[in-house]
Design a protein around this ligand. Structure first.
Ligand SMILES: [Zn+2]
Length: 388
């Protein structure tokens, strides 16, 4: 109160800096508490603001329409994202094979290789070339079901079925979907499924530059990490489009590519190019081959449409009757825990054990809670001061 009358009498408002010095040296402990709380609040706000990603001029931003306490701003879902400057140095370009960046035709698909061209860079899309580091099939008698492109509003029905029947699967998620449906991703993780990446905007990766590939993966990794607290190592290139250049970029970023050995082609359901009965017969064929096939399989399905989810649910009893349903990690001879960067040294775990020990990080929540507490403390101190 002394300060206010002093200020008014002299018709001269002190600067915030002198205002605070005046408190510290001349007033009561309550006043000092207020000043201290102000400092804490200011420092906390600075820390939280400091966690924001570097803004990129022209980069689109998206504010998700939900209550998830995001601490980062993300590119618009399915837009081609820009690289954050600090990610560029993660890949040493001079050590990446100089495979040409493939050109897309007017319909968005890759232009086919010239007649007589050889497969210099082990391109899967054109030549189905695989490297030993690619996970593409499973041990004999084992089968991993995988679902791409979600999470989506249709996914919950599949999640419910998997839970009711105690089946674990691998989900290759799109970053743009994750920021729209973080609650669904969280549920997947909490239910014990494997979370893997499927890029931000679903591009043909051999048609992208090294920097564009980095942006696709790192934005998706960042969003997934923010929701479940861990960073997946498994990734699936959209359309299986991978060559040695893409492989090396992925390797330097810490990712392991996963293709598939069995495709339901359920993505054709939407256009009517395939019907449910045909897919059912395809899956029955996989089951019928279980005893004679030299190896097990990894199937590709999608949980992005209602029909896709329905056929996925119908397929599960058929596959379960013929194979040991397992996880992609086991197909790749990894422990379940080792599919996340934060746990990749835990290789001694049983390959088939599903452990909920990966406690999601609450970094963002903690920061905001701390800021709120500090601001509340400041407000209380101010009220006490006013009523004295
Ligand atoms: Zn896809």
């Amino acid at each position: 109160m002394t300060i206010m009358s002093y200020d008014i009498k002299n018709q001269k408002l002190p600067s915030p800096f002198f205002f605070q010095l005046f408190y510290i040296f001349d007033l009561s402990n309550i006043m000092k508490t207020f000043v201290f709380a102000s400092f804490i609040a200011a420092i906390t706000v600075k820390l939280v603001v400091g966690q924001s990603p570097t803004s990129i001029s022209g980069a689109p931003t998206y504010v998700p329409q939900n209550n998830f306490p995001w601490k980062n701003k993300y590119p618009t879902p399915l837009s081609v994202p820009e690289i954050k400057p600090e990610w560029a140095s993660l890949v040493k370009n001079d050590t990446v094979p100089q495979a040409p960046v493939n050109i897309k035709g007017p319909d968005g698909s890759l232009l086919p290789p010239a007649p007589g061209a050889t497969d210099t860079y082990c391109h899967w899309s054109f030549y189905q070339c695989l490297k030993p580091t690619d996970i593409a099939s499973c041990q004999k008698g084992n089968w991993a079901v995988t679902y791409d492109d979600g999470p989506s509003p249709y996914s919950s029905k599949l999640y419910d079925y998997l839970k009711e029947n105690n089946i674990k699967a691998t989900f290759f998620v799109i970053g743009g979907q994750v920021v729209q449906y973080p609650d669904l991703l969280k549920r997947l993780y909490d239910d014990g499924h494997e979370i893997a990446l499927h890029t931000w905007s679903h591009q043909l990766l051999t048609s992208q530059t090294n920097e564009e590939i980095i942006a696709e993966l790192k934005w998706t990794e960042l969003a997934v990490k923010e929701v479940i607290g861990v960073s997946p190592r498994l990734m699936r290139p959209p359309y299986g489009d991978i060559d040695d250049r893409v492989r090396e970029v992925l390797k330097q970023l810490g990712f392991i590519p996963v293709i598939w050995s069995a495709d339901t082609t359920d993505w054709k359901l939407a256009s009517g190019a395939i019907d449910v009965a045909t897919i059912q017969n395809t899956v029955k064929g996989w089951a019928a081959n279980a005893s004679t096939a030299t190896q097990g399989g990894i199937s590709l399905e999608h949980d992005i449409t209602e029909k896709g989810v329905e056929i996925a649910i119908q397929s599960l009893p058929v596959l379960k009757g013929a194979y040991n349903l397992t996880l992609t990690s086991q197909c790749g001879n990894m422990s379940h825990e080792a599919i996340y960067k934060e746990h990749q040294d835990q290789s001694s775990s049983s390959p088939n054990s599903v452990s909920p020990n990966a406690t999601p990080s609450n970094d963002g929540v903690d920061s905001f809670a701390l800021m709120k507490t500090s601001l509340m403390l400041t407000a209380i101190a101010l009220l006490v001061m006013l009523f004295l």
